[in-house]
Write a protein that binds this ligand. Structure first.
Ligand SMILES: Nc1nc2c(c(=O)[nH]1)N[C@H]1C(S)=C(S)[C@@H](COP(=O)(O)OP(=O)(O)OC[C@H]3O[C@@H](n4cnc5c(=O)[nH]c(N)nc54)[C@H](O)[C@@H]3O)O[C@H]1N2
Ligand SMILES: Nc1nc2c(c(=O)[nH]1)N[C@H]1C(S)=C(S)[C@@H](COP(=O)(O)OP(=O)(O)OC[C@H]3O[C@@H](n4cnc5c(=O)[nH]c(N)nc54)[C@H](O)[C@@H]3O)O[C@H]1N2
Ligand code: SF4
Ligand SMILES: [Mo]
Length: 726
């Protein structure tokens, strides 16, 4: 806790000051906190933006109020176990013994693969690394995956296939103002990474054009020069249409294509035979002249960037849609130099680091592959085991939920996620989790998932838990603890160490500090694509963050692919799949509207943290449905009224917000509410075949004015209506 200071004010009051880092999004803004040292002195605490290279000292409203949840009276301060159907207070000894008994019983009945592990992108690199090692070596299961599957998987797989490596931004944030044209596709930065907006404003002041592709005229679109209101789920076709324009207009960088890439000829051929531009316009619901303008603006600019986020990626064709955008980047040679590049805007605080070190089903630390002999042998040597001890690849997050439903996985450890709210088709997911023999949840709060658990383990929050996190630009940052653990809370990694010991596998899990785990992670990642070997806590303290890859040589320049890409031949790879003109899910007379979803500024993900912050909660108290005035009129719902939204999977309730800032065929609801207001009661579990990302962002629905109950309401237990929050 080297950065905290507890002293006395001149009046003799205990005084607290410390430097920490926001627990929410991928920017990882640094925070300076001060106030009274008493936890109950909630309002006495103040959070100030502190200087750092990413947010340059800015802080958004979530960072300003994050401590409210961490200091809230609702924090779990002791373990709980289920007895007689109820969660009751327990000692650590009881809770851990119960949990280990569950691991053992399931493994005895169904083998080690009957136990599953579900992690999260909020965990520090150290905890995420140890969770992967714990699953493979202490539990011996192949079944581990994490919430980042719903977040980063499409961009990650597309980046890996195209460039040979995947890092959120292939450039530095400080390069943004140097771009002449910036395409923002399916990203609402103004609400989701608000402290980055000044970079884009600066680019505009320098004369850059910003193009936003989003079915809604978002706050981000309001700060742009051109808005393409795409029909949900059709980005792949839109990007392919833009490529066609680039080819027709002679805006291809032939020298770059020739010297640095592979596969353009197939793409050129496909472009001849693909949808015509008028067909593309009709399919995507975007005027032809706008598509043409967007393509030529990007193509003619000397420098330019394309960024995507979940709007493009959380689709059943998310992998291919990202690759279509990457085709544009490569075809125009806009990567590997200043003011250029591609960026997948990562989401969670450690959305980047959390996807590098082994909590993914097919992955070992340093982005190594669990299916590759050499990778397995290397990591086994660091772990001091035979390679055969490391199980093979598991399955993706939602597929784990299906296995749980089929009772193939019998005990599940959840660390850092709230899957019963954030999975698609949550009603089925809940039914599955209820069938488990053992559900063990490590969290700071009684989340909706913890409420279903047999064992709940209280863990430390960002204020108390030291560790490294990697922000969206691949910059590894050290977050130091500023106060001791409250109550009986333990660090995630310490819980794993204790479990390992009780499972008789203490060897390799005896860590006394996060730094000691990081030192092993450095070794395990050494020579891998996400190489952290050259990064140390000392260096992180001195330099305030270091970019990966950073091997022995020091590394860490931030700008990627200046001379070569990460594939063996140094070239990047185009993709030219046949066009999907069916678009997976189309509307019908029964479900005539497309439901998409996302975020609002004040809340974070399933809301477990932000609903416990009075200031944030006051900003948005209930879920809402953005709906176009013409659609609202047809359905006979008025602004402010509750509506019921039905899909094939289920229904939820939201209050209508009638606005012309959304397409007429589309409705939008945020994802921050649970119970009967949870949008994921309606989302479908169809997965992208390449990366197993669910198609969250496109669901055909019907919207009905709220009133009374129907047979369907009764079946789903929703007849109590929108107020019935779980
Ligand atoms: N305030 C806040 N900030 C957050 C988070 C949060 O919960 N709250 N979560 C963090 C996390 S984990 C993540 S992953 C990021 C997410 O960051 P974003 O991906 O930017 O957030 P979303 O709101 O999910 O989606 C972005 C936009 O995609 C649009 N969209 C929907 N469907 C489509 C489509 O088919 N095509 C296109 N082109 N656009 C579409 C939506 O209208 C929305 O404006 O944010 C991070 N930051
Ligand atoms: N419909 C729809 N669904 C979506 C999305 C969408 O856009 N639309 N987005 C998807 C995306 S991008 C994401 S990232 C997921 C996120 O989905 P979840 O993983 O369910 O998100 P959170 O609400 O962050 O849940 C994290 C839980 O971990 C706890 N927690 C926080 N920090 C820590 C920690 O350090 N240790 C431990 N042990 N616990 C901690 C919190 O209290 C909370 O209960 O949701 C996905 N679901
Ligand atoms: S939510 Fe993101 S932008 Fe806001 S303060 Fe936290 S890290 Fe910064
Ligand atoms: Mo995310």
């Amino acid at each position: 806790m080297s950065s905290s200071l507890i002293g006395k004010t001149p009046g003799g009051e205990p005084f607290f000051a410390g430097r920490t880092q926001c627990p929410f999004c991928s920017v990882q803004c640094k925070i300076r906190m001060d106030g009274e040292a008493k936890p109950e002195g909630l309002s006495a605490f103040r959070a100030h933006g502190d200087d750092n290279a990413a947010s340059e000292g800015r802080l958004c409203v979530k960072g300003q109020n994050a401590h409210q949840h961490a200091l809230s009276g609702e924090r779990l301060l002791h373990p709980m176990v289920r007895r007689g159907g109820k969660l009751v207070r327990a000692t650590w000894e009881e809770a851990m013994r119960t949990a280990v008994g569950m691991f053992a019983a399931s493994a005895e009945e169904g083998g080690p693969d009957a136990v599953g592990v579900y992690g999260g992108g909020s965990l520090s690199n150290e905890s995420a690394y140890l969770l992967g090692k714990f699953a493979r070596l202490a539990l011996g299961t192949r079944y581990i995956d994490y919430n980042g599957r719903f977040c980063m998987s499409a961009a990650a797989s597309a980046g890996s296939k195209t460039f040979g490596v995947d890092r959120g931004l292939t450039f530095r944030l400080s390069d943004i103002p140097k771009a002449e044209c910036i395409v923002l596709a399916g990203t609402n930065l103004a609400e989701c990474q608000p402290t980055l907006m000044p970079y884009f404003n600066r680019a505009r002041e320098n004369g850059a054009s910003i193009i936003v592709i989003d079915p809604r005229a978002t706050a981000t679109a309001a700060a742009s020069d051109l808005h393409l209101p795409v029909r949900p789920g059709t980005d792949a076709a839109l990007a392919a249409g833009m490529l066609k324009v680039l080819i027709e207009e002679g805006l291809i960088d032939e020298a770059f294509v020739e010297s640095r890439t592979r596969g353009f000829e197939e793409l050129r051929e496909r472009a001849v035979n693909q949808m015509t531009l008028p067909q593309t316009a009709e399919f995507c619901g975007v005027r032809e002249d706008l598509i043409r303008r967007a393509a030529t603006m990007y193509g003619r600019a000397r420098t330019g960037m394309i960024m995507t986020a979940r709007g493009v990626e959380q689709q059943t064709d998310g992998h291919l849609a990202v690759r279509e955008f990457l085709n544009l980047v490569l075809a125009t040679g806009k990567i590997g130099r200043e003011g250029c590049g591609y960026g997948a805007i990562t989401g969670q605080g450690n959305g980047q680091g959390g996807r590098e070190h082994g909590q993914k089903a097919d992955q070992l630390p340093g982005y190594r592959s669990i299916a590759d002999e050499a990778d397995r042998a290397y990591v086994a040597s660091v772990w001091g085991v035979e390679p055969e001890r490391i199980p093979g690849p598991g399955v993706s997050a939602y597929e784990m939920m299906e296995m749980i439903d089929r009772q193939e996985i019998r005990t599940l450890l959840v660390m850092g996620s709230n899957p019963v709210v954030s999975n698609p088709n949550v009603s089925r997911v809940r039914e599955g989790l209820e069938k488990l023999d053992g559900l063990i949840v490590a969290d700071m709060f009684l989340s909706e998932t913890a409420l279903l658990a047999d064992v709940v383990l209280p863990v430390t929050s960002y204020l108390e838990n030291e560790g490294t996190l990697t922000n969206l630009e691949g910059r590894v940052l050290l977050r130091e603890a500023v106060r001791p653990a409250p109550g009986e809370c333990r660090h995630d990694w310490a819980v794993l160490g204790d479990f390992a010991e009780r499972l008789g596998r203490a060897e390799g899990f005896r860590f006394r500090s996060a730094e000691a785990i990081f030192d092993e992670l450095r070794l395990a990642s050494r020579g891998g694509r996400a190489d952290y070997y050259g990064i140390t806590y000392d260096r992180l303290r001195r330099e305030e963050g270091v970019y990966w890859p950073c091997g022995e040589a020091g590394g860490g320049s931030g700008l990627m692919f200046e001379r070569s890409f990460a594939h063996a031949d140094g070239r990047a790879v185009f993709s030219a799949p046949p066009q999907n003109t069916e678009n997976g899910r189309t509307t019908s007379s029964a479900y005539p509207l497309l439901l998409t979803n996302g975020r609002v500024l004040a809340h974070y993900l399933t809301g477990v943290q932000t609903h416990r912050s009075p200031v944030l909660e006051a900003r948005e108290v209930a879920n809402f449905l953005e709906i176009h005035p013409a659609a609202a009129k047809r359905i006979r719902v008025r602004d402010g009224e509750w509506a019921r939204i039905d899909s094939e999977a289920g229904m939820f309730y939201a209050r209508c917000r009638v606005t012309d800032k959304i397409r007429e065929d589309t409705v939008f609801a945020p994802m921050h509410w649970s119970g009967s207001q949870n949008v994921n009661r309606a989302t479908l579990p169809d997965l992208d075949p390449y990366c197993k990302m669910p198609g969250f962002k496109t669901t055909p629905v019907r919207v009905l004015p709220y009133g009374g109950s129907s047979e369907e309401d009764d079946r789903s237990g929703l007849s109590a209506g929108p107020a019935a929050l779980v």
